[in-house]
Design a protein. Structure first.
Length: 276
């Protein structure tokens, strides 16, 4: 059996790029320290099993923890594979409750079937958590894309895993989670930018430079401002001129007229549900 292709980002950090065509769309990180490893985002069961096998056989390392940047099925369904291997599952405080409450429905939406059993985090933290041996810092930044997002930061290497706070592919963002907090999302992106990373690993798509965070922030902020203004007017976001401007300014995020319309509807819903 061949090993999974991991791109080495530093002596100890690797990146596995997700593939939407294979329905394995979530990027995965691997952080090594001697004969141990931490995995960042589990993806689905299939890639999780292959990646775990590659870490064991190629790197001769034992996975001690798998970190979920948030509860969505494409980031957490593979937890089952790691739980079977005795690996601790780590999430930000509130992620366990989110997965148990909404994980089955999200899995059904993404795969067509709910799993027989969910595998939520067995270890949660409220603000931050550090793995000193791995020089890895986890920081809770939610609610943002979901109710309990986290980022994974390797300051020595300048590498930042941001989950779905930022993406770098042709499918745009998902603003539809019922617990998404767009203003929290904006603050989370600002916090990511303040870290001044050298390399950004988005939840989906290509490995990125730090400017992906600035561009993502600009897109989310502008669309959010438009949504708030539309709610004030009692209007919608079906403005062809504004859509063309966003498509020109943020082609990698606005994507297409149809995709932008979908994202605008989700953003408008979030604006209408914003606490007074």
């Amino acid at each position: 059996m061949g090993y999974e292709p991991l791109l080495r980002l530093s002596d100890t950090v690797s990146f596995w790029q997700g593939d939407l065509d294979r329905h394995e769309q979530t990027n995965v990180g691997v952080v090594l320290a001697d004969d141990q490893a931490i995995v960042i985002d589990a993806n689905f069961e299939g890639p999780a099993r292959r990646i775990l096998s590659s870490i064991k056989e190629r790197d001769r390392a034992t996975v001690t923890h798998v970190v979920n940047t948030h509860y969505h099925a494409d980031h957490s369904l593979g937890n089952e594979v790691y739980a079977e291997a005795g690996v601790s599952i780590v999430g930000a405080l509130g992620q366990r409750a989110e997965l148990l409450a909404k994980g089955a429905d999200d899995a059904r939406l993404q795969t067509g079937a709910a799993p027989d059993r969910l595998f939520p985090p067995t270890l949660e933290f409220s603000e931050s958590m550090e793995f000193h041996t791995f020089e890895l810092q986890l920081m809770a930044v939610g609610p943002a894309h979901s109710g309990a997002d986290l980022i994974a930061w390797l300051p020595g290497d300048g590498i930042l895993f941001v989950g779905d706070l930022a993406v770098a592919w042709e499918h745009g963002n998902n603003f539809s989670d019922p617990d998404a907090d767009i203003e929290g999302w904006i603050r989370a992106l600002e916090r990511c930018i303040e870290l001044r990373p050298r390399v950004v690993v988005p939840g989906h798509g290509r490995l990125s430079e730090p400017d992906v965070l600035d561009t993502q922030l600009g897109f989310v902020s502008e669309l959010w401002t438009m949504a708030l203004q539309a709610v004030e007017r009692g209007d919608d976001l079906d403005d062809p001129a504004a859509a063309q401007r966003l498509l020109a300014a943020y082609p990698d995020f606005a994507v297409s007229s149809d995709r932008l319309r979908e994202m605008s509807r989700s953003m408008l819903g979030a604006a209408k549900n914003r606490p007074a």
